[in-house]
Every structure is written in structure tokens, then in C-alpha cells.
Design a protein around this ligand. Structure first.
Ligand code: GLN
Length: 508
């Protein structure tokens, strides 16, 4: 139904009917060709994003002379802002720009941000990061929404498509994290940011050359307006976002504002969500969007635990782990930074095959159960992080092997929840709100990042010079508690799954 609306609104592409929505969605085989183009575009974007993210804390300590604590706080704030802006980017795409123009604008702003830092790392850092925040906000949610539009309602291949897309995300994340950190540490900081900018240019160029294959997907929602009026509104969005630069700049320079921002954006998003919900006339559509909201709410808990990887797990890896992985010498922080994306790349196709195999035998768990399983894996992973304490030597240094296994388990949890979450949000959202809903999905990540920092800080020993045995006890006690809470969340999701499925109606 929603797709028919889209067809009505949008003229077919220059290629005649070849890339009409119906033809795109009637693709043969497992994946539509357009998925590969979006995969590549997103892969480059994530390269740029994770490249920048990978160097943030070290850069701030090395070049801006911040203390560890200040740089951790700032890192959390920047991460939270990045994901929070996806909510705003999603709304503007739904209402004014459409996904394509949002993506293009976001990409250009990201390139500008990285180039600015590359020109003059110390002076331009905050301005460049501000642009990266705005750019990612316009880019990230909207490319995921376009993946959703490649599938007809009820197409069972959609989850596999998002699984593949998620591999692209992680190939980019892995390469970006590796190359930019290497360049930053061993060549120059400028080189790291130039690399991120160049790769983002590749992403935008890939998109420009392949967007014609998307037919009507991602076109302007305002095609019914005269061109002049439409352009004025679009320009207002561009100008408005550029005008917000000083505000964001100020907020990331002073992390006290982050708390304030996080207290405000959540309730505002909620009020806006309720306002949009009230406007929806069909009861089924309202139920579906409520179900999407429940998924989004639970994902905050997931990310808050998962994102310990950037904070407390990094510090734990630095101090409390042996440099030995299955007999080979290995830096624990490299494992902490790369194991997750490597495991996603390896296991995402396998899990996709497993779901497909189960689907053919009619034993595939439904989406809500998969979501619940995500939490059970999360619990298992934190239990393993906790269990490292039983492998510790007298100095409080413990097994990198067990730590790496825990990363495997946490990744399995992520694969049950994150690509499926993207997919389900596209299934449950009405077309005219899918950008906003995708933005809310990522806003949950923003809160996850924010809460992760608070949890990590709560777990760490107040005294930085405390003996390693004391740090080991403090962190692993924290991980034990996270395991219990993740288990409880998983049990709740699975228990209320019949209710959520009722709200989801015909969506599977
Ligand atoms: N790793 C995934 C990505 O970068 C998910 C991130 C998130 O939602 N927190 O897209």
C-alpha cells in the first residue's frame, strides 16, 4: 500500500520502466542489484566515520593535550551527537529533501569536515567534527531507509539484504579503523583525515554514478509542489543546518552541554513521535509504529552495554590483558578495536544462511525472538568478560583468549539485533515517516553511547593508580551485573513477544 503511494507520487526514471519501483522490487535471486551499490556507498561512508572515530581519543590526547578523562568524555559527547543528529536528518529527509538529496548533502558536509581537519588538525578539529556530526546525521539513517525501499512488503529476503548491508558497514569500519589509526599514529594526523575525506569522496561518487538504478527510491517527498517552492524549502534546510554549526561547535567544546542536550533531545523526539502517531488514522499503522518504538526502546539498553567497547573495555584491554592470543603475540587493544567488525564480516553471511535454512524448514525464529536472542548473547558475552577474572594471574592480568571469545559472542548478539532492527524499522514505519523512524533507531544508539559512558565511569575504580587486581575486580563485577541485566532484558523481550507480534500485525 505504502509502495503504491510512492509510485503515485514519483515519475519513473529516465530509463523508462526499467527501474520502476515494481521492477526493482521484483528482482530475481537473493539480492537486488541496487543493494550492492548502497552497500559500497555505505562501506565508504563507514570507512570515513570509523576512521575518524578510531583516531578521536588518541588525537585529542596527543594534539589537543586533553587528559584521558576529558578525552573520554568528549569522545562520548561526539558519538552521542553524531547519532542524535540522525533523528534530525531523518525528519528533514522525510519532509523536505528526500533520501537522495539528504545523502548527497550529508556526504559533502562530511568530506568538508574531514578536509578542514586535514588542512590544520589542531586549529580546525572542533569545526571539522561539527561538520562530520551534521553530515552523518543527513547520511546515515537515509541510506538504511533506501535499503528498506528495495523490498516489497512481506518479502522474506529483506532481512538477508540488511545482513549483507551490515557486512558492508563493517568492512568499511574495519578498514577505516585500521588505515586511519595507522596513518594518524605513524604518518601524520593530516594523512588520517585526508584518507577519510578521500574515501568519503569515493562514497559520494559511487552514489552519484549508481543512483539512477534506484528509480523513484529516495526522491523528493515534495514532487507535488512547484519546483521553485520545493527548491526554496530545500535551500532553507541547507542554510538552517549550516547556521546550526556554531551551536553544535559550542556544545562539543563544552561537554556540560552534552548532558543538557541529551536531556532535551529524547523528550523532544518522544513528543514529536507522539504527535506524528496521533496524525495516523489507521489503527494497524499506529500499532505497527508502536511496535517499532518498543524495539527502539530496547535497543538503547543493548547499545549502552555493547558500547562498553569504546570505553571501559578499551581500558580493561589496555591494562588487564595478556599480550598473547592463542599462542601469538597480540596487542589487546587491536583485538578490542577490530575483533567485532571482523566477526561481523565472517559471521553475517553465515547467520544469513542459517536464517534462510531455517526459513525453508519453517523453523526460523520470528523477529522478536531474534531480538530477544540478541540480549541473551549479550548476557553470555558479559558473563565471559566477567569470567576472565578466573584466569587472572597474581598481578591481575588475564586471558586475551577468553576476552576474544566474548567478542565473538557479543557479535552474534549484535547480528541478531542490529541488522534485524534496521530491517524491522523499515517494515513497520509508514513510508512518509521512515526517515524519522530510522533516525529514532539511531537516536537510541546515541543514548546507548551516552549511557555506556556513565556505566563505564561507574565501573571504574575511583583511583587511577589502584592495583590491577583491584581494577580487574571492579570491571568484572560491573560486567557481571551487565550480564544479569542483559539476561533480564532478553527474558522480558521473549516473554512479551506475543504482544509485540500482535502490534506488528501482518509484518513478520
Ligand atoms: N555498527 C553499526 C553501524 O555503524 C551500528 C551502529 C549503531 O547503531 N550503534 O552502522
Amino acid at each position: 500500500m505504502a509502495n503504491e503511494q510512492l509510485i503515485d507520487q514519483v515519475p519513473s526514471s529516465n530509463d523508462g520502466d526499467k527501474y520502476s519501483l515494481a521492477n526493482i522490487q521484483d528482482f530475481k535471486g537473493k539480492y537486488p542489484i541496487q543493494l550492492w551499490f548502497l552497500f559500497l556507498t555505505e562501506m565508504w561512508e563507514r570507512f570515513c566515520f570509523y576512521g575518524m572515530r578510531g583516531v578521536l581519543t588518541i588525537f585529542m590526547v596527543d594534539q589537543l593535550f586533553l587528559t584521558d578523562k576529558q578525552s573520554n568524555l568528549k569522545y562520548g559527547a561526539i558519538q552521542a551527537f553524531v547519532y542524535a543528529f540522525t533523528f534530525i536528518g531523518g525528519i528533514f529527509a522525510d519532509k523536505i529533501l528526500g533520501f537522495r538529496k539528504s545523502l548527497f548533502f550529508g556526504g559533502i558536509v562530511m568530506i568538508a569536515g574531514n578536509l578542514l581537519i586535514a588542512f590544520s588538525p589542531q586549529e580546525m578539529f572542533y569545526l571539522g567534527i561539527t561538520l562530520s556530526i551534521i553530515g552523518t546525521g543527513f547520511f546515515k539513517p537515509n541510506i538504511s531507509s533506501m535499503v528498506g525501499d528495495l523490498y516489497r512488503e512481506g518479502d522474506p529476503r529483506r532481512d538477508a539484504g540488511f545482513g549483507m548491508f551490515y557486512s558492508g558497514i563493517n568492512i568499511g569500519a574495519f578498514l577505516g579503523g585500521l588505515l586511519c589509526v595507522y596513518l594518524g599514529k605513524y604518518v601524520s594526523w593530516s594523512a588520517a583525515f585526508y584518507a577519510a575525506a578521500i574515501v568519503m569522496i569515493l562514497g559520494v561518487v559511487t552514489f552519484i554514478f549508481t543512483k539512477k538504478f534506484l528509480g523513484p527510491i529516495g526522491a523528493s517527498p515534495l514532487l507535488h509542489l512547484p519546483a521553485g517552492k520545493r527548491t526554496t524549502r530545500e535551500i532553507m534546510v541547507y542554510v538552517g543546518s549550516l547556521l546550526s554549526i556554531p551551536l553544535i561547535f559550542m556544545m562539543i567544546r563544552n561537554t556540560d552541554y552534552t548532558d543538557m542536550f541529551m536531556y532535551i533531545i529524547g523528550p523532544v523526539a518522544l513528543i514529536y513521535f507522539i504527535y506524528e502517531l496521533m496524525k495516523i488514522e489507521s489503527k494497524e499503522a499506529r500499532y505497527k509504529i508502536t511496535a517499532a518504538f518498543i524495539f527502539i526502546f530496547f535497543s538503547i539498553i543493548f547499545w549502552a552495554f555493547f558500547e562498553q567497547s569504546g570505553g571501559s573495555l578499551a581500558l580493561f584491554a589496555e591494562k588487564n590483558l595478556h599480550h598473547n592470543l592463542f599462542g601469538f603475540s597480540m596487542d589487546p587493544n587491536i583485538i578490542n578495536n577490530t575483533a567485532n567488525s571482523l566477526f561481523v564480516i565472517l559471521f553475517s553471511p553465515l547467520i544469513g544462511l542459517l536464517w534462510f535454512w531455517m526459513y525453508k524448514r519453517r523453523i526460523e525464529p520470528n523477529t522478536v525472538i531474534k531480538f530477544g536472542l540478541g540480549f541473551l548473547f549479550l548476557a553470555g558475552a558479559f558473563w565471559l568478560f566477567y569470567y576472565t577474572r578466573f584466569f587472572a594471574d597474581a598481578k591481575g592480568v588475564t586471558s586475551l583468549d577468553v576476552f576474544t571469545w566474548a567478542y565473538l559472542v557479543i557479535t552474534l548478539g549484535e547480528l541478531c539485533l542490529s541488522p534485524i532492527g534496521l530491517s524491522i524499522v523499515t517494515k513497520l514505519s509508514p513510508k512518509n515517516l521512515s526517515g524519522m523512524m530510522m533516525g529514532m533507531w539511531f537516536l537510541a544508539s546515541a543514548y546507548g553511547q551516552y549511557v555506556a559512558g556513565l556505566l563505564g565511569a561507574g565501573m571504574s575504580t575511583p583511583n587511577n593508580k589502584a592495583p590491577l587486581t583491584e581494577k580487574l575486580d571492579a570491571y568484572t563485577d560491573g560486567y557481571y551485573q551487565l550480564a544479569i541485566y542483559a539476561l533480564i532484558a532478553g527474558v522480558i523481550v521473549i516473554t512479551i513477544s506475543p504482544l509485540i507480534r500482535k502490534l506488528m500485525g501482518d509484518v513478520k
